[in-house]
Each structure stands twice: as C-alpha cells, then as structure tokens.
Design a protein around this ligand. Structure first.
Ligand SMILES: *[C@@H]1O[C@H](CO)[C@@H](O)[C@H](O)[C@H]1NC(C)=O
Ligand SMILES: *[C@@H]1O[C@H](CO)[C@@H](O)[C@H](O)[C@H]1NC(C)=O
Ligand SMILES: *[C@@H]1O[C@H](CO)[C@@H](O)[C@H](O)[C@H]1NC(C)=O
Ligand SMILES: *[C@@H]1O[C@H](CO)[C@@H](O)[C@H](O)[C@H]1NC(C)=O
Ligand SMILES: *[C@@H]1O[C@H](CO)[C@@H](O)[C@H](O)[C@H]1NC(C)=O
Ligand SMILES: *[C@@H]1O[C@H](CO)[C@@H](O)[C@H](O)[C@H]1NC(C)=O
Length: 623
C-alpha cells in the first residue's frame, strides 16, 4: 500500500477532495446534455494519493472457495493458472471448507480421503504468479462464512476476485479486470462511490418480483446493475469493508435481511444463514450501490459456472454460458466507455439515472425533456422536511409508481445522496443564484424561505413554457394513491390549490403563461420579501402557495379548489388504518417532530423504511 509519506498529507487530501467536490457542484460552465447526467464524479482520495495514477500499484487476490469437489476445483485452478497476468503479481488463496460431522465410520473415512486428496492436489498445484495460501477449515462453515470471511481488505488498493470451485474463467479475464480497475477505480473522471465491484458472469437474473426482463441492446458491452453475481465477482475494498461492518451490526442486533418484493428474501426464509446473498442484497439496497456487468452477446462471459452437483445444485446442471476466449473474440474487450455513457439498472432491471442535480433553468428544461411521461410534473418541496420523512415519501412513490417528480431542497449532503441514488433534485441554493437572487439583503432562514419561493416560481414558469402541467406538493404530505395527479381538472381554471395545504396545481395553457410572466415572478419575490420582513420570527403563512394564492386573487384570476376532504390531517385525535377510508393523502403540521410523525405513520402502516432509512420493500412496475 502506498501510505501517506508525511504526517500532514491526510489533511491535504481532505482539502483536495473538498475542493474537487466544490468545483463539481459549483461549476458555472454552461449546461450541456452530457453535464445534465454527470454520473457522480467525486474525486477518489486514493487517486490523489497515487503519484502516477495511470499505473496504480494495486494488489489482486484470487479467493477460491472450495469444498469437496476435486474435479471441479482442478478445472477451476487450471483455468486461473492459464490466464494472462501481464507480468503482474497475483495471489491465490484457497479456502477449503470442512465436511460436516457425520456418524458412520465408512462415510467418515471416505470424507477424510476426499479432503486429503483435495489438500494434496492444492499443495501440489503450481502457482507461479504470486503467493499461494491454503486455508483448511476445521469445521463445516458453509457458503455464508466462506464468502464473508474470505476477505478483509488490507488496504484501499487491494481487490479480491471470489471464485467458487465449479467456475471456469477465460484466459482473458485478468486483462479485462485490470483495465476495469484502472478505468473505473483509478480514473477520477470515471469513478463513482456507488460502484462496489464487477461481475464476470453473464447476467441472467432479475430478483425483483414482476421486474423487467433482462434486456440490453447489442451495442452495450458494459452496464451497471445492483445485483451481486456469485459466479466470478470482483470486490472493491471500501464497499466490502463497509458491508462487513454493516453485517456485523445487523447480525449482532438480530436484524434479518428481509426485503419484501425480492425473490432472494424467499431464499433466505428457506435457507437462512446457509446463504449470504440476501445480506449483501439488503446492504446494497440500503446504500444504493451498483455492480459492473458485461454484455458480450451470444451467451458469452469471462466466467462460467458448471453448476456441478453440490451445495447449490442437487444434480449437475452444466455450464450456464460460453467462455469468451481468444478465438471467439470479435470486439475490443479492453475498450472502456466513459462511466457517464453507461446505463444503470436497479433490482427490477429498471433504468436508474444517477447524478441529476439541477442548477438552473436550462438544466431543468433538459430534465423535463428527458422525462418519460410528458404531462404532469410533481415538484416536492423538501425544505424543512427531515431526511427520513423524505425517504419514506420516496418509498411510497416507488410503491405507487409515481415517477414524474423532482425534489427541491437546499444544498446538502442529503440532497446529493438522493441524486446519487437516481432521484432528480433541484439545488435551490444554486438555482436561486442562477436567477440572480444573491443580490438580496435577507439572511438566514428568511433568505432560505425567499429562495424556496422564488425557485418554485421559476420552475413553474419553465414548465408552463415547455408544456408541462405542474404540481407543487410538500414533503410533509404522504399520498395513498397516484390518482390525484391523473384526474382531469375543471377546464375553467388554470390554477388549483388547497387552502390550508401546500398543494398547488398549474396548467400549462396560453392564459396561464400570460399570467405567469417575468413580472408575476417579480411580484412573487416582492411579496415574499415583504412578508418575511413583517414576520421574521415564524415561517407561518410565508409559503409559496400562500403567496401565489394572494397574488392570483389580487390579479382577479379564478382559482379552482383542490378538495381537502380527500386528505386527512394526523397529529391529534384517534386514527387507525380503517379511518383512512378512501382518503388520498395524509398530512401533518411542519411543526410536528420526527418521532411523532413516525409514530403516527407506523400506526397507519405508512412508515415503510427501516432503521437504515431504506425502503422495506422493492416494488417493481413494468416499464
Ligand atoms: C509495487 O509494490 C510492490 C510491493 O510493495 C513493490 O515491490 C513494487 O516495487 C511496486 N512497484 C511499483 C512500480 O511501484
Ligand atoms: C450421531 O450420533 C449421535 C449419537 O447416536 C447423535 O446424537 C447425532 O445426532 C448423530 N449425528 C449425525 C450428524 O447424524
Ligand atoms: C483415497 O482413496 C483412494 C481410493 O479409494 C486411494 O487410492 C487413495 O490413496 C486414498 N487417498 C488418501 C489420501 O487416503
Ligand atoms: C444487433 O441488433 C440489430 C437490431 O436488433 C440487429 O440487426 C443486428 O444483427 C444485431 N447484431 C448482432 C451482432 O447481434
Ligand atoms: C479517464 O477517463 C476519461 C473518460 O473516459 C478519459 O477521457 C481519460 O482519457 C481517462 N484518463 C486516463 C488517464 O486514462
Ligand atoms: C379505529 O378507530 C375507530 C374510531 O375512529 C374505532 O371505532 C375502531 O374501533 C378502531 N379500530 C381499531 C381496529 O382499532
């Protein structure tokens, strides 16, 4: 490992990292299409540490997980030894599980004989690329411990390749993996903290129930997918360490890796601690991480499983794919497209677009045009909404298949994290600067309020211009169905609102556009400033909907009513699930504390996040 040379180096690294993050988020370059989808290019501190980043001196360790299948193991090791390691040092660690204790002397003798033959074979196996280490267990630990205990990264520059014994790898695999590591781990402009590794197996499985078919166009060679592959998985050091610590915490507290809507949860319920993937899948879902996969066409892959009879298969099932070798190679396997051009898919094999942080009107325009449904856009105001309430709301959106939303919030790590996970966000601080708000004299929370109102005024204007009807909703509201957004509204009005709620709808029509001009936006700003000056102590009535309602009335514009009866206010009285009836949403006062919001929503079965603030279910919708 390349350690810090001088004691003050870590400090420099931190400030360098901060600088790069800063310039990334604060870049004032004109927007372009490619910039709209800047997959998170946070600088990798490891990169900054390396003096010659094009030639990273990383360590590569192959972790072979073996048990009692000598023929499989010998095929596996032979294929590994057959690969081209480009002169690099590569280590081989073989972890041999012990057979389970059994009665009957003939069986025991046979098992002992099997184990000893495997040990003899591994001992005699010539590995000339680096060190060979054999770990022979004293008891049967099973696949979970074999995987989890196989590796604790020695540094952030060590990579593990986990190989179960019935796999066979292509002689080309290492060249490919090395170039993957150089491109996606050590090249800062292609680095994403969301990527936990790479799978060399052919992608075959979608674990989300009712998910999409795993389909890719035949130009795609590389893509990102949340699912871990157990047939030839490269693990990156930091996410693996993070996983081991997460597992440790959850295991110690008896928290089980249940994730509703996932086929793998069914496996866990049947097999329990004999398998490890449900744990890793749950971890990946809570962090929003992704794996790199290949799409080499014609059922080809760099690693294939022979699916020999054993722990996973009762009977030998035969190879799952064709090995891609030198002879069948009909494309440049080392060509790596930039990360920003790769597609990302979740557990439902639905495309995810990470890193959309909108900073100005032009970027908003690009985002609007990229939306699939071209009618209504829902702006969700996260101003003053706690992080877990926001995450809970997004889980409901997933469940209800509400997808045309854009989140608005002040610049924060939380906002960027939501964008990293694929939720489009508007950075209210930068957006308001882009429309000239920095000239204001207000400060602190009043300034925040004014920014929030002004940015809403601009985004609605942009939607009207581009032909989108817009909804403004508050993060302190939870929808029970998506119907409200689909209903057709009285054609006599262009604007609709609910009196006591932050709920507003604006049609994109020529009359609406005439009303909502630059002059109107200036009036919104002026009224917001006046109200803030009058009442600088409480936010109270100073909200976007309140300001707009007043201005529209002053201008004699007729406003349609959004029926408040369809919503239910929680926080007092006696409610339970049955009192929800046919209500379309619940809401609460923004003064209500997080604990009581959670308590109320739990009571109504509407609190759908776990202790990690991640959704308790994966809900797939065909797309
Ligand atoms: C890489 O690391 C190894 C082990 O620390 C060292 O022996 C070797 O000289 C290093 N190579 C380069 C090019 O830095
Ligand atoms: C082995 O035999 C003992 C005593 O008869 C019994 O208690 C134990 O469950 C047996 N173990 C297995 C693995 O069959
Ligand atoms: C295992 O058994 C085979 C034949 O059954 C025998 O040839 C071999 O020597 C035995 N190996 C060991 C290590 O006992
Ligand atoms: C790729 O897909 C196109 C359109 O579906 C098809 O015409 C073409 O033959 C395919 N190419 C390969 C190499 O499969
Ligand atoms: C890093 O990645 C970018 C984008 O793919 C590429 O243009 C650049 O050449 C790469 N840098 C190095 C040193 O390979
Ligand atoms: C739900 O609340 C209503 C009153 O609002 C009450 O009549 C009913 O018994 C409650 N049901 C349950 C299951 O607690």
């Amino acid at each position: 490992m390349v350690g810090p040379k001088r004691p003050f180096l870590p400090l420099i690294l931190i400030s360098l990292t901060a600088f790069f993050c800063y310039s990334y988020y604060h870049s004032s370059l004109p927007p372009s299409t490619s910039e709209l989808n800047p997959t998170f290019t946070l600088i990798n501190p490891i990169h900054a540490q390396s003096h010659n980043p094009t030639f990273p001196n990383f360590t590569f360790v192959i972790k072979v997980l073996a048990f009692n299948r000598l023929d499989s193991l010998s095929r596996c090791l032979r294929s590994l030894a057959n690969a081209d390691y480009l002169g690099d040092r590569v280590h081989l660690h073989v972890h041999i599980d012990h057979f389970a204790h059994q009665n009957g002397s003939t069986i025991v003798d046979q098992k002992l004989n099997e184990s000893h033959r495997i040990l003899e074979f591994v001992d005699g196996f010539d590995w000339k690329f680096g060190e060979k280490i054999v770990h022979y267990r004293t008891t049967n630990v099973g696949l979970q411990a074999q995987w989890l205990e196989a590796w604790w990264p020695r540094s952030d520059n060590e990579f593990a390749f986990v190989v179960e014994d019935d796999l066979e790898v292509s002689s080309l695999y290492y060249e490919f993996v090395k170039s993957l590591i150089v491109n996606f781990y050590y090249n800062a402009s292609n680095y994403s903290p969301s990527i936990y590794g790479a799978s060399l197996q052919r992608p075959r499985f979608v674990p989300g129930k009712h998910g999409n078919k795993l389909q890719l166009d035949n130009q795609t060679r590389l893509f990102l997918y949340q699912l871990v592959g157990t047939w030839g998985q490269i693990l990156f050091p930091k996410p693996w360490k993070e996983f081991r610590l997460w597992y440790d915490t959850n295991k110690a507290k008896d928290i089980r890796p249940f994730l509703e809507g996932m086929v793998t949860t069914g496996w866990y319920k049947k097999m329990g601690e004999r398998i490890w993937t449900p744990w890793f899948i749950k971890f990946i879902q809570s962090r929003g991480y992704f794996n790199i996969y290949t799409n080499f066409l014609h059922e080809r892959a760099l690693s294939v499983s022979h699916r020999d009879a054993g722990v996973n298969y009762g009977k030998t099932a035969g190879p799952d794919s064709q090995l891609l070798d030198e002879r069948s190679l009909d494309f440049n396997i080392l060509e790596m497209k930039p990360l920003s051009s790769l597609k990302w898919f979740d557990f439902c094999f639905r495309e995810v677009i990470p890193g959309r942080v909108i900073r100005n009107t032009d970027e908003l325009g690009l985002l609007l045009h990229s939306l699939k449904k071209r009618d209504n856009v829902i702006f969700v105001n996260l101003f003053g909404v706690s992080d877990s309430v926001a995450r809970n709301l997004l889980c409901h959106f997933e469940g209800l298949n509400i997808r045309n939303y854009i989140l608005l919030g002040p610049e924060s790590d939380f906002l960027f994290d939501l964008a990293r996970r694929g939720h489009p966000v508007i950075n209210v601080d930068q957006f308001s600067t882009s429309v000239g708000l920095h000239k204001l004299s207000s400060q602190g929370s009043s300034l925040e309020t004014i920014k929030d109102i002004l940015v809403h005024a601009y985004v609605i204007k942009k939607c009207m211009e581009d032909g989108y009807n817009s909804w403004v909703i508050d993060g302190n509201v939870l929808f029970l169905s998506g119907d409200l957004f689909l209903e057709s509204r009285d054609p006599n009005h262009d604007f609709f609102l609910a009196n006591r709620l932050e709920l507003f709808y604006a049609r994109s029509s020529s009359t609406a556009k005439n009303i909502w001009d630059n002059n109107f936006v200036s009036k919104i700003l002026a009224m917001a400033e006046t109200l803030v000056r009058k009442d600088s102590t409480s936010r109270g009535d100073i909200s976007f909907v309140h300001v707009v309602a007043n201005l529209l009335k002053q201008n004699g514009v007729s406003i349609g009513k959004l029926d408040e009866i369809i919503g239910m206010k929680i926080g007092s009285g006696n409610f339970n699930k049955s009192s929800l009836g046919d209500k379309k949403f619940v809401y609460w006062s923004d003064e209500m504390g997080l604990d009581s919001i959670q308590k109320w929503l739990e009571e109504l079965n509407l609190w759908v996040i776990d202790k990690d603030s991640s959704c308790t279910a994966v809900v797939c919708h065909k797309s």
